[in-house]
Design a protein around this ligand. Structure first.
Ligand code: MG
Length: 383
C-alpha cells in the first residue's frame, strides 16, 4: 500500500517507531509488510495449524484451528481497514501474530499453565505472543525473536496486567507496555484487530458448534443477533427451510451476521473519526477507543457471547475434554520442572526453570503435548 492511500490517522510505515535492533530497510517492502512476512515464515505460525481454537485438532478436520482463525481475523481486519483508510499491511501482521502465544488445547491449556505458574509470575497468552516474536523465535544471527516494528508489537500485546506492564516498561521505557500504565489506546489498526477477532470467533464458533452437534439451529433462535438474520434469509430464500438446505441456511445467516457487524464497525468508526478528527496515528492513540461497534450492535453481541459460553464452551462434552487437557498440561509442567533435562537442551539449560518450562509447553501443538505426556507418564489420552 502506498502512503498516499492512507488516512492521516493511519500508521505510516515511513513514520514507524522502528525495531528494537536497527536494520536496513528492505528494498521492495514496507516495514509492516516485512513484519507480516517474518510472522508467516516463523515456526510458531506453522504450529497454529495444530492448535485448538475450541475443538481439539483431532476431533474433526473441518473445525477451525488457531491458524484458520488467524486467517479469518486477517481477512475481516483487512476489509475493514481498507474501508477506513487504515494500514492493511499492519492489520494483517497483527492479526496473523495475535494468537502466536496460545498454548495447546485452547483456553483450557492456558488456564492450567497460568495456575501452574501462579507463584512464578503467571502465564498470559497475549504476553506470550509478544515473548514469541521478541525472544523465542530463533531465526536471525544477530538477535532473538523476529525484531518486529513497535506498531506490530503494540498490536500483539492486546492485554497486559499492570504488574507485567510495569516490568516491560522497566526493560523498554516508553515501549509497548506504556499504554497500559497511561491508559491510552493502541493504534487504530490494533484496535481494529481486537474487534475483528471477536467478530470472527463469534461467527465461526456458531458454525463449528452446530457442525459438532453440540448446539442446534433451534437453540440459536433464542439469540437475537442470529435470529434476525435467519428470519431475513428465510424471507428472501424460503427454500432454505427445507431440511436438506439447513446448512445453507446456517451459512447464509452467519454471512449476513458477519457483514452487518463489519458495516456497523465501519459506520460507527467513521463517525467517531469524524468527531475526534485525529491528525495523526499518535493523536488517535490519545483520543480514546475509536474503532468500535455501535451501542446497539454491542448490546446484541452480549447475549450471543453468553449463549456460546454456556451452551458451547461450557458444554459437558467440551468440559470433559478441557479436564483431560488441563491434566496433560499440569502433569507435563510437573514432569519438566522435576527433570528439566527432559526438555530440549536450549530450554533445559536456562536458569529460569519455571519460565523455561512454560515457554516450552506453550509452544507445543495439541498432539505433541499429548505425545510428550504419554512419553513421560506412560498414560494415553484421554488422561
Ligand atoms: Mg483470536
Amino acid at each position: 500500500m502506498t502512503a498516499a492511500a492512507l488516512a492521516p490517522y493511519a500508521c505510516d510505515p515511513a513514520l514507524s517507531r522502528g525495531r528494537r535492533f536497527v536494520e536496513l530497510a528492505a528494498p521492495t517492502r514496507s516495514d509492516f509488510q516485512r513484519d507480516r512476512d517474518r510472522i508467516v515464515h516463523s515456526t510458531a505460525f506453522r504450529r497454529l495449524v495444530y492448535k485448538t481454537q475450541v475443538f481439539l485438532n483431532h476431533e474433526g478436520d473441518l473445525f477451525r484451528t488457531r491458524l484458520t482463525h488467524s486467517l479469518e481475523v486477517a481477512q475481516l481486519g483487512r476489509s475493514i481497514a481498507r474501508a477506513l483508510g487504515l494500514n492493511e499491511d499492519l492489520v494483517e501482521a497483527i492479526a496473523l501474530a495475535h494468537d502466536l502465544g496460545h498454548t495447546p488445547f485452547g483456553h483450557a491449556g492456558q488456564d492450567a499453565l497460568n495456575a501452574c505458574m501462579a507463584a512464578h509470575g503467571g502465564f498470559e497468552h497475549n504476553l506470550q505472543s509478544l515473548r514469541v516474536v521478541d525472544h523465542l523465535e530463533e531465526r536471525y544471527p544477530a538477535f532473538d525473536g523476529l525484531n518486529l516494528t513497535f506498531e506490530t508489537r503494540e498490536g500483539v500485546l492486546k492485554h497486559c496486567s499492570q504488574k507485567n506492564a510495569q516490568s516491560i516498561e522497566a526493560q523498554e521505557p516508553g515501549g509497548v507496555a506504556r499504554r497500559f500504565l497511561d491508559r491510552t489506546q493502541p493504534s487504530l489498526e490494533a484496535q481494529l484487530c481486537n474487534l475483528a477477532d471477536a467478530i470472527a470467533y463469534n461467527a465461526h464458533d456458531i458454525d463449528d458448534g452446530v457442525r459438532s452437534g453440540l448446539i442446534t439451529l433451534a437453540q440459536l433462535q433464542s439469540v437475537e443477533l442470529f435470529e434476525r438474520y435467519r428470519v431475513q434469509a428465510l424471507a428472501e430464500h424460503p427454500d432454505l427451510a427445507q431440511t436438506q438446505r439447513t446448512r445453507r441456511l446456517l451459512y447464509e445467516t452467519i454471512r449476513r451476521m458477519l457483514s452487518e457487524q463489519v458495516y456497523d464497525v465501519i459506520a460507527t468508526t467513521q463517525a467517531n473519526l469524524q468527531r475526534a478528527a485525529p491528525a495523526s496515528a499518535d493523536a488517535a492513540r490519545l483520543a480514546g477507543p475509536l474503532v468500535a461497534f455501535s451501542v446497539e450492535m454491542k448490546a446484541l453481541a452480549v447475549p450471543l457471547k453468553q449463549f456460546l459460553f454456556s451452551q458451547l464452551y461450557r458444554h459437558p462434552q467440551v468440559m470433559e475434554t478441557t479436564g483431560h487437557a488441563q491434566n496433560v498440561v499440569r502433569e507435563l509442567y510437573q514432569a519438566y520442572v522435576a527433570q528439566p533435562g527432559e526438555m530440549p537442551q536450549d530450554y533445559a539449560v536456562r536458569t529460569d526453570t519455571h519460565r523455561a518450562v512454560a515457554d516450552y509447553i506453550a509452544g507445543m501443538t495439541d498432539r505433541y503435548a499429548a505425545r510428550e505426556h504419554e512419553r513421560l507418564t506412560g498414560r494415553k489420552w484421554p488422561v
